[in-house]
Design a binder for this molecule. Sequence first.
Ligand code: MSP
Length: 519
Amino acid sequence: MSKQFYITTAIDYINGRPHLGHAYEKIITDVIARAKESEGESVFYLTGTDEHGQKVNQAAQDDGKSTSEFCDLLAEEWREFSKILKLCNNDFIRTTEPRHTRTVQAVLNRLKEANELYKDSYHGFYSTKEETFLTDRDRGPDGEFDPMYGEVVELIEENYYFRLADQQDWLIEHIESNPDFITPSYRKNEVLGFLKNNKLEDLCITRPAERLNWGIPLPFDKDYVTYVWFDALINYITVPAAHGDATVLDALQIDPLESERGKTSLWPADVQVIGKDIIKFHAVFWPIMLKKLGLPLPKKILVHGWWQKDGQKMSKTTGNVVDPIQVIKDSGLDAFRYYVTRELDIGPDGNWTDAGFDARYQAELANGLGNLVNRSLSMLNRYRKGIVPPRSEDLKEDAENCIKAVRNALTEYRLQEGLKHIWKLIDRTNQYVDQTAPFTLAKDPDKAERLGETLFNLVEICRILGAMVEPFIPETSSKIYRQLNREKSTSGTKNLAWSDWPEAHQISKQEPLFPRKDK
Ligand code: MSP
């Protein structure tokens, strides 16, 4: 089996319900996965839930449920959420699954054998909320720990540590010689700055079971469970191992679970999509874990920014959140998918406002794409009984330039730019309708041929748009193809070019793409 294009999202803590930030990450990953697939690549998209650790344990207690019962309920909700977003994910991992326990324990065994783990006692200040020991560097000018750490307690504890301290040099070298490893480049510089100005300390990778028993037990010491972050990162290789990826199985010295050995080849991941807050785990700890297991590093860590709502941090306590499920109920999935990818480039932070969402819905979806397809096809129905006229090439160059630009943008994961190019073509075509005025041509029998030409250009643009918007708004793409009475292209933009239509092809019934919303 040749290697598939392997793309992952962070796995979400299930101590709460999905919000805009989670939805955004899954959607941009989905757009990349679909775009790759339409280029003819075989893609494997993984997402899932992060269920161990203090936060989830606490949330279950607050809810009056056993932790495993709580996780089963919430995980179902999160799995359903990926269906609501119509993600094309190929697997959904829960860190409480036996297949994951097995990989985490294999990782721990391999690292222990290689003398990469050791036991030590530590005296320090521990933040239960952040599940981490704090250092003097975390104190404010007044000597107190920042309130974001919640309750901080003094502890003396024996734990297992993972040797990180001597790993800085090769990692700096790797990041510098692979400029695309961490994108955008300002995030790469941030990681380099951190590595060059700080000395890495060994990482505490266990919690005593008597303090927190909601975690994966160490295979060689039942008094400890694995630190949630160490456990969570391993999800990215659990799934390849379960599906028979020999690279991972060999490194971990385990057998496949769900498929034969060699059935799938996924690792190394091609793109790992994460938010800016968890970059240290993915760009520092994770590469070191992989290197020590003898596994190749992911090819790219793609770091997105954070969403705010109305200029403020989203917070459950103040009620300042965007509920994606509600937006989708009110305005449709594609309007939501479109807005988040169009509004926020992958990298900087973004701001959701309901007014901004409505404005893009009206101007770009309803009046832009929706209106163009609607008027093009109604004129074809009205003036030619829905039969597509012979080929004409007025808009060929515009369309083909656009296809090229969109493909380039998608190759570099610049999704927002891809959409901007597509909408430029929509605007250009709406202008073309105004300039050629088919409704006037239709009144003059001498202009019948010219009318046919304009109608061909319009219907061909609709077909090309239908293919180009597919990764972003797949349902709309299907609706366009249904109205055109054509098979939806499976090769996306790859072989997309200005083309002939089957002779005397008749389009089918019209359906609105983005109904106007009454206030
Ligand atoms: N469980 C860890 C990740 C482990 S990955 C091995 C975690 N979970 S999380 O639920 O807190 O966050 C999941 C993802 O959602 C992260 O990439 C995070 O950056 C992203 N977002 C959470 N809130 C966000 C916004 N407000 N805006 C954009 N993305 C945000 O961290």
